[in-house]
Design a protein around this ligand. Sequence first.
Ligand code: PMP
Length: 408
Amino acid sequence: MFDYKAAFGNAVDQVRAEGRYRVFADLKRVRGQFPRAVWRRDDGTEQDVVVWCSNDYLGMGQHPEVLTAMQAEIDSVGAGAGGTRNISGTTRSAVDLEAELAAWHHKEAALLFTSGYVANEATLTTLQRIMPGLIIFSDSLNHASMIAGIRNGGCERHIYQHNDLEHLEALLAAAPADAPKLIAFESVYSMDGDIADLAGTIALAKKYGALTYLDEVHAVGLYGDAGAGIAERDGVLDQIDIIECTLGKAIGVMGGYIAADALIIDAVRSWAAGFIFTTSLPPALTAGALASVRHLKAHPELRAAHQARAQALKERFLAAGIPVMPSESHIVPVHVGNPVHCKMISDMLLEEHGIYVQPINYPTVPKGTERLRFTPSPNHDDGMMDALVTAMDKLWTHCNVARLPAVA
Ligand code: PMP
């Protein structure tokens, strides 16, 4: 008979052999104390830590307005949504949140999903069913959820080199002029922190008759006067056809959505299995996200403080010769260049300095570019930054990792 134990064992062994076996840090966030948390070791002992790799970029997951809205919703409405959107699960706060999100992105409509992953996977699969013969052009660094959606639909697809519009144009030009086409890309790329050329991509889409699908997961709440993302910052909100986002990062809660013309939303709503056949988000989550979005819209100073922190951290690292990679955004990637040192530095930061930053190794990033990815927030104070830079400086010497030439 089939050896099930061996199959599972082999699966784990393979991941270990490839150096991809993941160990999760067990963290308890502390209400009102972001970015502080309590880390529990395997032996059950605990240590206070400062988290430097949270995607709750602005600490909204701890914001009093968000927590109050969530608690009030639980008190007045209860816990679960009670069903799929179609069958009794269309809650008041979900409807209000969709309206708020649509207005934020200057779109006619928005549609909520269980997560950003599901929004990408379900929408990209569904667009292929709605438009048979669709050809998708996908940036080579697109997130796994976009890749999954593109693959699941089985359409013809072309991967263009990351942020390389010349390559994209060559691929577009080679496709039949009358075929439906879609360019799928991100605004802020999460591991390098670089930002796509939205206007250039839109110009190509217009020239070759393609739709644009933009993942703003690492930009929403953080860029643009009202925080609607890079498309707002660059003044092109009305020219992106479908914007996809998460409620789980800068918004601080959980869930995902797309925003687009009402007709596009109506079609996706009617066809996407990942939207139709699943229980909708708990009302407390959508109420919390609604409070968060309203707060983010009204508080551009949060975005300014966030950018200032990121800039200050980059400068502090560079002054110490710590090799910050050339990020154009709030993401501060530091190049280590090998998986062993990357993990060692991360472990020592946690155990010896109470600083938590996850190592980013292959296959999340290419071999030889292993890195630590820091995400400073407005809540990281000067003392935390001093402690981080001092610890990094010490560990860089301890592990003999390359510094920047100017300082070495
Ligand atoms: N897109 C990108 C670019 C992401 O980084 C992520 C999450 N890491 C997602 C989509 C998925 O979002 P969520 O976490 O809400 O599922």
